[in-house]
Design a protein around this ligand. Structure first.
Ligand code: GLU
Length: 239
């Protein structure tokens, strides 16, 4: 299981995300990718290799936008290929998702999604999350409800973060870590405090099945029933 980082704030997202992914390199990985949002368009760049090397060849740091997500992948489902690297989109370019863990029922979910007309690009279990959110959103038109319904369908351990074309970032977890970092100029959401500790030591450790939404300048937390919840802010020790 590898690393996730998301950022929404006043700074350019991609350079921060590259530095965060480097801080989490100790976990080992095979590929890396970033999605940023610029003027309502989600841009995705990803490939096999080390963060520094892929960042240099794909020019990660030039990606525009103050909202973004990044990932290093340790392949469990699907070979080590550029296409299987995260983030994964769905059928429209309205969403991109990064995921840690294993979706154990992805084959059934994928079969139903393909039958409903979805086209998959990768061999990963993770891509079902993007298509499921897209499908639910087309039915309920409410991101919180759509994501809750997706979480209820997923079996296995996961942490995922999604970026939407309207600038919203959301994330949820089950038996994989996902932590919010509260910085002065924005929010981080990461699988590891090392992903944001260089920018802030104020953290919220999400409970299993919590759902975090970062919209505009606000953070909203929900439990698995959609009830608004508040979680303690922890001051993380630098050492
Ligand atoms: N199961 C996913 C994949 O193979 C995520 C792996 C990870 O946690 O890095 O792409």
């Amino acid at each position: 299981m590898c690393s996730i980082i998301g950022y929404k704030g006043n700074a350019f997202a991609a350079p921060l995300i590259v530095e965060s992914l480097k801080k989490m390199e100790y976990r080992g990985y095979d590929s890396v990718g970033i999605a940023t949002l610029d003027n309502g368009n989600i841009l995705v760049k990803k490939g096999i290799g080390k963060v520094a090397q892929v960042s240099k060849s794909l020019h990660f740091k030039n990606m525009p936008g103050q909202t973004g997500i990044g990932h290093t992948r340790w392949a469990t489902h699907g070979g080590i290929t550029d296409i299987n690297a995260h983030p994964h989109g769905a059928c429209t370019s309205e969403i991109a998702v990064v995921h840690n863990g294993i979706i154990e029922n992805y084959k059934e979910l994928k079969k139903d999604l393909v039958a409903a007309g979805h086209t998959f690009k990768s061999e990963t279990d993770s891509e079902v999350i993007a298509h499921l959110i897209e499908q639910n959103l087309s039915q309920v038109n409410d991101k919180v409800q759509a994501v809750i319904q997706v979480c209820n369908k997923l079996e296995g351990a996961y942490a995922f973060v999604a970026i939407f074309g309207d600038g919203t970032i959301c994330g949820s977890r089950y038996d994989e870590p996902l932590i919010i970092g509260l910085a002065n100029d924005g929010y981080f959401i990461s699988s590891d405090v090392l992903g944001f500790l260089q920018y802030t030591d104020r953290a919220i450790f999400l409970d299993n099945k919590d759902i975090a939404f970062i919209t505009g300048k606000n953070l909203h937390l929900y439990d698995s029933s959609g009830k608004v919840v508040s979680r303690d802010i922890t001051q993380v020790a630098w050492e």
